[in-house]
Design a protein. Structure first.
Length: 452
């Protein structure tokens, strides 16, 4: 009896650690990574398992490594974004979510991501602004490069208050145009607005010498653009912009353009080229061509877009969505308006229906997709198949052919797992009388094979 007890105890001592190791999904995935450190499925599965175990510090670098090896892997991008957001690394989360919008497959998840990015970008800008104000003393001794440019809202002076939103719209056009030069680093508009709110800089839209120096210091910009919109008579308009040197608060010589309101877009281009000249930046032919592009030539559409920016800055997102949609309707080719309209309307719709877009809802939105199968496999300790199961050229052909002409018969199983009786094939109405099958859908499949 004693010999049996000792033998049983010895057996338990040997078997128990092996069983524990086999039952630990993360241990199995760590072993899989050790065997194949460059395997994207192994890294992706391990990163997801770490995330599910709330080991976010370990999940983030593993998922980032998977993304580096395969930038087109949507599931790795999605979970890299979730892990980064859990670590409050909002910039990294935004970049990963944007990658999922490009390479992910779930439409529901993309809608969730678009809504999340609206609030995430604001959270990111506000966090940066608060950090800058908190570290103002430290930043004071390190002025930014003169080629790092910030463009606050311009100042409108005139009797026609319907033109006041141009303060935001023209500032955004200047930001876009100045960003065309590879020699300049231009502060993002949302970041500028968040900082303006934080230090109450944007209450009137005005930027005096003292506040310009402070704002530039906080944003690590070396130069600010101080702009003015001056209404003259019923249709006359003057645009003026001066470069403010953050290091000493000195205002440079101005660039001034005068014309009628109908020539607003041509005036903005003249102003932008004048600023490049003041900055001593010589554009390449390609850069100049980009600067000369006009996002719209419809003044009413641009005014609606500018009102949308104003409403968005004020936190009136439903109004902003309507203005952006108006701008898109007035000029269907106005790309900036289309992007703003889509992102803002998604966020407004989510808020109005009481749906809170967060990490939990984003993760739940992939349920029922091939991506969800990849996640489920990771949770059980399996590397699983690449997301989208039908990988490669053959999978592309199969998916495309099924979307064009889906099979009439599908295999079903009973509760016992055995195949069910095959259903009777159904013909469409147009072929039921002729007994001749004709394609239900037609289309073109284009396959692009990239050179390794």
């Amino acid at each position: 009896m004693r010999l049996m007890s000792r033998a049983l105890l010895l057996l338990l001592l040997v078997v128990a650690p092996v069983a524990a190791q086999r039952g630990d999904p993360i241990a199995r995935l760590e072993a899989a990574r050790a065997r194949s450190p460059q395997s994207v499925p192994a890294l992706r599965a391990l990163g997801i398992a770490y995330y599910k175990a709330q080991r976010f510090q370990e999940a983030a670098p593993v998922l980032d490594r998977a993304r580096t090896l395969d930038p087109r892997d949507g599931v790795s991008a999605l979970y890299a974004g979730l892990a980064a957001e859990a670590l409050n690394d909002l910039s990294a989360a935004r970049r990963s979510y944007e990658a999922y919008l490009e390479f992910g497959v779930s439409r529901r998840t993309k809608d969730q991501i678009r809504a999340r990015l609206v609030s995430l970008s604001r959270l990111e800008a506000v966090a940066a602004a608060k950090a800058a104000v908190a570290n103002e003393a430290q930043l004071a001794g390190a002025p930014g490069s003169p080629l790092t440019i910030a463009v606050p809202p311009l100042t409108f002076r005139g009797t026609d208050t319907t033109l006041k939103p141009l303060e935001r719209g023209l500032a955004e056009l200047l930001i876009t145009d100045l960003s065309r030069s590879a020699k300049l680093t231009v502060v993002e508009r949302d970041r500028m607005q968040a900082l303006a709110d934080e230090i109450a800089l944007g209450a009137s839209g005005a930027v005096d010498s003292g506040s310009a120096v402070r704002a530039g210091r906080l944003m690590r910009a070396g130069t600010l653009v101080n702009g003015l919109i001056l209404q003259q008579g019923a249709s006359g308009l003057t645009l003026d912009a001066r470069l403010v040197t953050v290091a000493d608060g000195r205002f440079g010589e101005g660039t001034t353009v005068t014309n009628t309101l109908d020539a607003l877009f041509a005036m903005e281009k003249q102003l932008a080229f004048g600023l490049f000249e003041r900055l001593g930046v010589q554009l390449t032919p390609a850069e100049r061509q980009l600067v000369e592009r006009r996002p719209t030539t419809n003044l009413n559409a641009f005014l609606a877009y500018s009102r949308g920016l104003q409403a968005s800055d004020d936190g009136r997102f439903e109004d902003a969505a309507k203005y952006f949609d108006d701008a898109r309707s007035l000029d269907p080719g106005f790309g900036l308006a289309a992007v703003r309209a889509q992102s803002t309307s998604v966020a407004v719709q989510a808020a109005s229906t009481g749906v809170q877009v967060n990490a939990t809802s984003i993760e739940a939105s992939i349920q029922g997709t091939a991506e969800a199968a990849t996640v489920a496999a990771a949770v059980t300790g399996s590397t699983g198949a690449p997301a989208g199961s039908n990988a490669g050229v053959s999978g592309t052909l199969q998916n495309a052919s099924q979307s064009l002409n889906p099979p009439a018969v599908s295999v079903q199983t009973t509760s016992s797992g055995a195949p069910a009786a095959a259903p009777t094939p159904q013909r469409d109405a147009s072929t039921s009388t002729t007994a001749v099958d004709t394609p239900v859908r037609t289309g073109t499949v284009t396959i692009i094979i990239r050179r390794p």
